[in-house]
Ligand binder design. Structure first.
Ligand code: 6PG
Length: 268
């Protein structure tokens, strides 16, 4: 990040009321990726014009991959001020950056190899390091990039998230130890029993300070969990995606018809 880049940290707790969420049901995965790409372009242009940079936290998964591939081609590629884009990751698998499971590697292949984002604007999670050390290092990266003082939280211009069939989002899994973290950490490393592996994730509190949150949810295997996550009764230990409620931001769910198939059923 250049020294001249404007920064916009935000104190906690945020004032004001939680905004309403919007659920947009589109035909299929390509339509969801297209709607997300259009949103990405619009937010990038606005943020670059207003603040000189566009900060985005990315996630892994097949639905985001379709979005990144789309952004790397026309007409989107030439519509984004890539030199103003600053990329972060919402979560990472604990593997080296060249590993096929790495969320960073996925973004590099789908997007970064095809557009010009300055290397210093790409802030990957150093997940090849021991997990607690990687989480601490990434916390420092965020604090520096957003020039945070004690008690302040980063405010991403855009946060992209997926939803797992088990209700997880980013690397916040049902009953995973990091869900109980109620301190001021921005980044956690935890062992996810279900996966028998370590994951690094930004915390729900960080996600909830984003200005614009987009969930990308496609496929019939997500229908039951999407219905549960969106219903009124909450159980965030079992459905961590319910923790995401940006208090001063916009929450948009982009889903395909298959994932939305159970939303109108009674009892939701
Ligand atoms: C990851 C993710 C994860 C993902 C969901 C949905 O590292 O795997 O960040 O939270 O977004 O599992 O993934 P799909 O889009 O592939 O269903």
């Amino acid at each position: 990040m250049s020294a001249a880049t404007p920064k916009h940290p935000h104190p906690d707790p945020l004032p004001g009321r939680e905004r309403e969420r919007t659920v947009q049901v589109l035909a299929d995965l390509p339509a969801v990726a297209r709607a997300a790409a259009e949103r990405f372009v619009a937010l990038a242009r606005d943020a670059a014009a207003a603040r000189g940079r566009f900060t985005v936290a990315l996630s892994g998964g097949s639905t985001p991959r379709a979005l990144f591939q789309l952004l790397a081609g026309e007409p989107f590629r030439s519509s984004v001020p890539w030199d103003r884009v600053e990329l972060f990751w919402g979560d990472e698998r604990c593997v080296p950056p060249s590993h096929p499971d790495s969320n960073y590697a996925m973004v590099r292949t789908a997007l970064l190899s095809r557009v010009r984002v300055p290397a210093e604007n790409v802030h990957r999670i150093p997940a090849e390091r021991p997990p607690p050390e990687a989480a601490r290092a990434y916390e420092e990266t965020l604090r520096r990039a957003f020039a945070l003082r004690a008690g302040e939280w980063p405010r991403f211009d855009l946060l992209l998230l997926g939803l797992g069939a088990d209700g997880h989002t980013a690397s916040l899994f049902p009953e995973s130890p990091g869900l109980r973290a109620d301190d001021d950490r921005l980044v956690i490393a935890h062992y996810v029993e279900q996966l028998q592996s370590w994951r690094i994730s930004l915390t729900a509190r960080v996600f909830n300070h984003a200005a614009f949150v987009v969930f990308l949810v496609c496929g019939a295997d997500k229908a039951a969990s999407l219905r549960k996550v969106l219903r009124a009764s909450t159980d965030p230990q079992q459905l961590p995606a319910q923790l995401i409620r940006p208090r001063l931001g916009t929450l948009l769910w982009l889903t395909d018809r298959e994932a939305a198939a159970l939303l109108d059923e009674p009892g939701g």
